[in-house]
Ligand binder design. Sequence first.
Ligand code: DGY
Length: 328
Amino acid sequence: MSKPKVYVTRRLPGEAMDLLYQRTQVTVWGEDAVPPPKEVIKREVADAEGLISLVTDPIDAEVMDAAPKLRVISNYAVGYDNIDIPAATARGIVVTHTPGVLTETVADFTFALILAAARRVVEADRFTREGKWKSWEPMLFLGQDVYGATLGLVGLGRIGSAVARRAKGFNMRVLYYDVVRREDLERELGLEFTDLPTLLRESDFVSIHTPLTPETRHLIGAKELNLMKPTAILINTARGPIVDTIALAHALRERRIWAAGIDVFETEPVPPDHPLLQLDNVVVAPHIASASIATRTKMALLAVENLLSVLEGRVPPHPVNPEAMGKR
Ligand code: DGY
């Protein structure tokens, strides 16, 4: 039996590629730092049964229509806002994702941004390297305390609750807002459920952990930022468009909020002249919250297992639209 044709939009870490070479006829986009243009994806999927895509690849109806044999789109990410799910379901294409394996790694990085923004770690590093340190000073790089502060979680899914568990170790009061109330976690971790305005008014740190949907696009804009304390810090490791980043840059410049830690942007890669990048009170990163060696390797293996399951007639571990299964 001939092996199914598969297109992968970037080289994946670990043994995942070996598995693909053994079990499929795989073609891989050759560059690591640049995603394939849409025209290339359309050409490569023309006779493919499987596609492994990344958050950088918009997979819409146009791409799917160029792929009459496509049975599975395996996204190498937990988020799948880059894929038109209704269009995939209508065409009987199963979409899968990689939840679970990256939860703790993303929660770790959320805390890295909380601590870095609160204690001005990046500014202090730059200052020290640049030879500007003249003496120990009582007022040098004064920051905000994390221990004992109030953390507001916008979204209490897997990653939000992993951040809440870490916050308990810092003796934080933890508020959360979500469309689903989790009384089990409220009891287990001592969390408090609030509406969004209350969370924004009372939190010292606001951390976003909700998927990007039409409802969450610009969930945090000028009005919401105005509700936050002048000493508050906003953290976003979820998706850039959940925050209106121009409004955020204004709020930070005018010191209406104190700082931000941002791993995701409305446009990625963020252009170097973006207003947020001109500010010292922002710690930024290039969408790397899940980037540990172990986690990116597990994500790759899971993405491949999702893909092979559909191609080999098994139920994939993490389908997004199970109703599409068996339709093609
Ligand atoms: C995801 O998994 O959705 C991340 O944003 C990429 O790791």
